[in-house]
Write a protein that binds this ligand. Structure first.
Ligand SMILES: *[C@@H]1O[C@H](CO)[C@@H](O)[C@H](O)[C@H]1NC(C)=O
Ligand SMILES: *[C@@H]1O[C@H](CO)[C@@H](O)[C@H](O)[C@H]1NC(C)=O
Ligand SMILES: *[C@@H]1O[C@H](CO)[C@@H](O)[C@H](O)[C@H]1NC(C)=O
Length: 386
């Protein structure tokens, strides 16, 4: 009773405080990160993309390389970058002095202007069928980490790698998640290293693949975060209303089965294609809008997964743009939230703005060029001053 009275008493005050604080919340970014892939020949310049991404209120970007043009375009921006060391570099990174040189040339020069917080060493290495690459992964990660330590940068830049969800052989029910048996020999020491340096385990997870492969068995509502019955994990009694959360918890379970409950799982890629080949069932703009739109709402609510309700899901959406040169089925070229001209592929309420910048060569009107270059700067200045 006392509690009831007290909460009645405080209620108006609490509402008042909430209203006030709502008004004065500093503009903080949306909670998700975005993958900025560049396998295309028609993308806007990084300086234009910088305006677009800032106008989306996104504050975290993941790159697949360490493109200096992008890092410079975002200088002084407070944007957090995950940069990538491609699989083709892993052999060289097994040499400590080459690892240190790479950091000195590709990371250190940009750090005073651009916030690089993480390096992914290799991408989906265990999906490659390349045993030498798999053997090189951990030594490469260790050398990159050691180089950061030597240069005094390990407190600001962390080291990890991103995996395909295919490294999980058993994902249902989530509590019996397990790594592929043939990969355990590589993954056990990798997990020990993650625990030692306290960095997260990254997974690229695409419920789209599960649906596409089995549209008659897999519920579309379940994969799209739409209302549905969901399923209960018989071992834990936890209820799952979407496949992505089940996949995340399956990875936690697989890690736990290898003796670690001290490593966080994060999603380095997820998304849904807005188009595909005729046999790629489900690749439509409507489904992509539902998947990404519903996911963004859950990220906003800072939801955790059923097995880890207090750890908000941490996600990089794939991808910023449709990438016209990606090989593989048509879906691969249709994961973008935006077309290269800055038009949203579908509406999920992201009002990003891509400034047009005519090439100097195409226009000899100095004033037009001057204005075209100044307007984005003004917009950035306005954004920053708000
Ligand atoms: C690896 O190192 C060798 C020798 O320093 C260099 O020639 C080669 O380009 C490097 N490989 C990559 C992918 O950077
Ligand atoms: C790896 O090998 C499997 C089985 O031979 C094959 O299905 C798969 O496409 C291969 N993956 C790559 C990336 O080459
Ligand atoms: C970004 O945040 C501002 C201020 O909260 C808001 O007015 C704007 O609509 C947001 N933009 C997007 C694309 O969410």
């Amino acid at each position: 009773m006392a509690i009831l009275i007290r909460s009645f008493f405080f209620m108006p005050m609490l509402l008042f405080l909430l209203t006030i604080s709502d008004l004065f919340v500093p503009i903080h970014g949306l909670g998700f990160g975005i993958n900025y892939g560049q396998i295309a020949n028609n993308l806007p310049l990084p300086s234009q993309v910088a305006v677009l991404i800032k106008s989306m209120n996104v504050t975290r970007i993941k790159l697949y390389d360490a493109d200096p043009n992008v890092l410079v375009a975002f200088s002084q921006s407070n944007m957090e970058f995950v940069i990538g060391l491609g699989n083709e570099y892993l052999q060289n990174m097994t040499n400590p002095s080459k690892a240190q040189t790479w950091i000195q040339q590709h990371v250190q020069p940009y750090l005073s202007q651009t916030k690089i917080t993480c390096i992914t060493v290799g991408n989906e290495v265990f999906n490659s069928n390349d045993t030498q690459l798999m053997l090189n992964l951990l030594p490469a990660m260790q050398n990159v980490h050691d180089a950061l330590v030597n240069l005094g940068l390990d407190q600001q830049v962390s080291v990890t790698t991103a995996h395909s969800f295919n490294i999980i052989s058993n994902s249902y029910p989530p509590s019996s998640g397990a790594f592929r048996q043939d990969l355990v020999q590589y993954i056990q020491p990798l997990l020990d290293f993650h625990a030692q340096i306290s960095t997260p385990f990254l997974i690229n997870a695409y419920p789209f693949f599960a649906y596409k492969d089995n549209p008659n068995e897999v519920s579309l509502n379940y994969v799209l975060f739409q209302p549905n019955q969901g399923s209960v994990d018989p071992n834990t009694n936890l209820h799952y209303d979407n496949m992505l959360y089940a996949q995340i918890d399956a990875v936690y379970a697989a890690i736990k089965a290898m003796g670690h409950s001290d490593i966080q799982v994060r999603i380095s890629e997820t998304g849904w294609p807005s188009g595909g080949d005729p046999e790629e069932v489900g690749a439509t703009p409507q489904n992509a809008a539902l998947y990404n739109g519903n996911l963004l709402k859950r990220i906003e609510q800072k939801q955790g997964t059923p097995a880890n309700p207090s750890v908000p899901i941490d996600i990089y959406v794939f991808a910023l743009f449709n990438e016209n040169l990606k090989p593989g089925p048509a879906s691969e070229r249709n994961y973008g939230l935006y077309y290269p001209n800055g038009v949203p592929v579908y509406n999920i309420g992201l009002k990003g703005y891509l400034p047009q910048m005519p090439m100097a060569a195409k226009s000899n009107n100095l004033l037009v060029n001057f204005l075209a270059c100044m307007i984005p700067c003004l917009i950035i200045a306005l954004e920053l001053s708000r």
